[in-house]
Design a protein around this ligand. Structure first.
Ligand code: ZN
Length: 576
């Protein structure tokens, strides 16, 4: 059938749109097809395109992700499709959370495709980045010249930090709604207003809520039914406490979470949560194996290299681990570099009550390791390290990274003596510090698990080589991003402590005799920052270590040709 398509821009576009049902915002009222729109007189409405757009696209090979269909009964098969449907709508909300100009820019690109088939490259990159800014280049525009507002689409584009802080200082009664995870800030007649997501994105959120409700009616699994019913209500009330609690209790073949969670998109304050969705199928055998580690979380908290007073035993360590096959993602979970594992919910009240759940997306991890992880490590390290780079070590570091998000300080006592989430005191630096902590404390806990003979699949040499080599997978994403900045801290710290040393030809080797001490001292630093909510100390650490040094830049430059990540193609959603 594809062979019979006439060759032309319009057909190409229609073909392309049919293939990419995923990231294209869904509208329920029929609109004129962009393919029929007249070609614009000026391509992209005059916005310039980065000349290397083709090369940028090659960084993300399209990669099929699928799941084992025999794992689901027919009712859950239909539940899954409803959840994919709900996720698509959520994706279009996220699209405007990134920038309210996004729909307009997308139309400019689609109209250009009519006269220039090469514009499909721009369209694809725009879809991957969820906007005209390159997430691999510190949000530099690849289309047009407009800078991305640090507060994305959550605040008025021209609002400064000072304006926000001044408003809250003058209107203390607004503090809670202004700093809320689930409000947008808008300016009207000179005054700032906080508008709840359920109002601001009301029309689309109602549709998401309906689909979620229908999905809950289809499944026979009681825990999934309960979660989806509470989630359907939460989407309309902005209160995700009950649905988050139910998500923690979810015991189902379908592992799904959908809602406003991560705050990385809000680079102004890290207050506002971006919508995202993960739809996946549980890998039972792997989950059982890994839950053994969860049973040792209290021992790991005890073993943290910080004073007793800073250890956090209030969490109940009810921290299930799931290993899943990713079926579909949307919103913040489907932009730029794909997530290979996540740890939710973020709500400290839920975490104090029930811990947090770690979900490892094993089919994503395997694809990433094969496409980029292994080739990068082999190019960064001396040739003798080649046999030491192990998927098992990589997989477990990701697992322990997620475990470690649930360890360490959470609600702390502020300098004024109030109980407060440490996150709020560390403000815009929190995400970088927390990601860095999860990496480093993750490694510290792997060493603990190895000492306890809980983990035996690889040795310390293999762990250090894999960790050191694969750091460049994160740093290629740019050190401005939460994960990348945290990784630069780790690399530079390990270099200073001589845990990583230069080798011939601009390569490096891990020095096992120094590694453990380097990991211990950096763990202490990060955990103490979180225990005290010390913003200045966090800033000093990031200023000194969280930078791309000439050595880091030179090493990154040697990684050309290796894919940075992948662009998922979800077979279950009909993508090809
Ligand atoms: Zn993390």
């Amino acid at each position: 059938m594809l062979d019979s398509l006439p060759v032309g821009a319009t057909a190409l576009l229609a073909f392309f749109l049919a293939l990419r049902a995923g990231p294209i915002p869904v509208t329920t009222t029929p609109k004129p097809s962009p393919a029929k729109a007249p070609a614009p007189a000026v391509p992209y409405d005059g916005m310039a395109v980065a000349p290397d757009i083709k090369e940028r696209l090659l960084q993300f090979p399209r990669t099929k992700l699928d799941y084992d269909r025999s794992l689901l009964d027919p009712a859950d098969g239909r539940t899954l499709l409803k959840l994919i449907d709900a996720s698509r709508i959520l994706d279009s909300i996220y699209f405007t959370q990134v920038s309210e100009d996004n729909p307009k820019v997308r139309v400019s690109i689609l109209r250009t495709v009519n006269s220039q088939p090469a514009a499909l490259d721009v369209f694809r990159y725009f879809s991957i980045m969820k906007g005209p800014w390159d997430r691999l280049k510190g949000d530099e525009p690849f289309l047009g010249t407009k800078r991305k507002p640090p507060g994305a689409g959550f605040y008025p584009a021209d609002m400064t930090k000072e304006e926000f802080e001044k408003w809250v200082a003058a209107h203390p009664e607004d503090k809670k709604s202004f700093e809320s995870l689930t409000t947008v800030i808008r300016r009207e007649a000179g005054r700032l207003n906080a508008i709840p997501y359920s109002t601001y994105y009301g029309t689309l959120l109602k549709k998401v809520s309906e689909r979620v409700k229908e999905a809950g009616e289809l499944t026979k699994n009681a825990s999934l039914k309960k979660y989806l019913s509470l989630l359907s209500a939460a989407l309309l009330s902005n209160d995700y406490f009950q649905s988050d609690m139910a998500w923690m209790d979810l015991d189902s073949e379908i592992e799904v979470i959908l809602g406003p969670y991560e705050v990385y998109e809000d680079n102004l304050f890290n207050f506002k949560a971006a919508f995202e969705s993960f739809v996946s199928i549980r890998d039972k055998a792997e989950s059982a194996k890994l839950s053994v580690y969860a049973a040792h979380l209290p021992d790991m908290e005890k073993n943290l290299p910080i004073p007793e007073a800073h250890k956090n035993f209030n969490r109940k360590f009810e921290s299930p681990i799931r290993v899943v096959q990713e079926v579909y993602t949307a919103g913040d979970a489907r932009q730029g570099v794909q997530t290979s594992a996540f740890n939710l919910p973020n709500d400290e009240k839920v975490r104090e009550a029930k811990g947090s759940k770690k979900v490892l997306l094993k089919n994503v991890m395997e694809a990433k390791f094969r496409l980029s992880g292994q080739p990068i490590a082999e190019r960064v390290l001396e040739p003798a390290a080649k046999g030491k780079i192990s998927f098992d070590a990589y997989f477990n570091h990701t697992l322990f990274h997620e475990l470690s998000h649930g360890l360490g300080p959470g609600i702390i006592t502020s300098p004024e003596g109030q109980k407060v989430e440490g996150r709020l005191l560390l403000k815009n630096l929190y995400s970088t510090i927390e990601e860095c902590k999860a990496d480093v404390v993750g490694l510290w806990n792997i060493l603990y698990a190895m000492d306890q003979k809980l983990l035996t699949g690889f040795d310390e040499d293999s762990l250090y080589a894999t960790y050191a080599g694969l750091m460049f997978r994160s740093m290629r994403f740019g050190v401005d991003e939460a994960h990348g900045g945290g990784t630069a801290v780790q690399w530079n710290w390990c270099r200073e402590k001589k845990a990583i040393e230069p080798a011939a030809g601009g390569r490096f080797r891990a020095n096992a005799s120094k590694f453990r001490d380097a990991i211990r001292s950096l763990s202490t630093e990060l955990l103490e920052i979180e225990a005290t909510g010390d913003y200045e100390r966090a800033r000093k650490l990031l200023d000194r270590y969280g930078k791309a040094t000439p050595e880091i830049r030179a090493t990154i430059a040697r990684l050309t040709g290796i894919p940075v990540d992948l662009e998922p193609v979800f077979t279950a959603a009909g993508e090809k």
